[in-house]
Every structure is written in C-alpha cells, then in structure tokens.
Design a binder for this molecule. Sequence first.
Ligand code: CO
Length: 134
Amino acid sequence: MLDKVNHIAIAVPDMDEAKRQWGQKLGVKISAPLPQPEHGVTVIFIEMGDTKIELLEPLGEASPISRFLEQNPDGGMHHICFEVKDILAARDYLIEQGARILGDGTPKIGAHGKPVLFIHPKDVSGTLIELEQV
Ligand code: CO
C-alpha cells in the first residue's frame, strides 16, 4: 500500500539558520525559500536522489507546525510522507486496521497540489505520517 518515501519534513524555528546548517554545514543543495501561505509554512526543498527533504518554517498566525516547535524549540522531524496510488483505498484500509486519520478523513490538497491525509502519530510509533496520492 505504501510506496516510496516522497519526502521527510523537518520543522525549523529559523530558516536562515537552517540554510546555514543544511546548505553550508552539510553542503547539500537547497532551493530558495518558498512561502506557502495557504499551508502556513515557508518551505525549502532539498533534493536527495529520488526523494527530498523539506524544511518547514512557520508562516502566519495559525501555522500547523507552531505547536510542534513550542515542544521542540530546536526543530525536528515533523513527518514522513509516503506515496500511495489510491488514497481513499489506503484510508479505508488504515481505518479498518484501527488507525486514526486526522481531521474528518477527507483528503485535502497538499503542498504539491495532490491529495494528502495524515495518520495520527500515536498510531505509528509517535511519528506523523502523511500519505500523498501520486
Ligand atoms: Co509533507
């Protein structure tokens, strides 16, 4: 059901510092910061072979990562995104297995313009899992 990792998202409190840490210290190629006001984040993309890392900085009042950063002030891994072929079939299977889907269970259009869902972290080793239909 889960195909490859699409991206790993890391919440960062300060994008300039994150740029230094990833772009200079680790020496990886980073994109320019891309504000996504409709998702409450600014994103830097780091292409790593056929997967990517996304650095997320809060943007605006009600950012979905604000609370995470209150609890993890240095930043940290926020979620892993797996690709699925059929997001509704994946959702129904997960619910059958007792997993909780965040929100009302209806896929929303994510940051890449594709339908996404999130699985409750308490149901997967304390890790927030995003599913994206590709
Ligand atoms: Co994501």
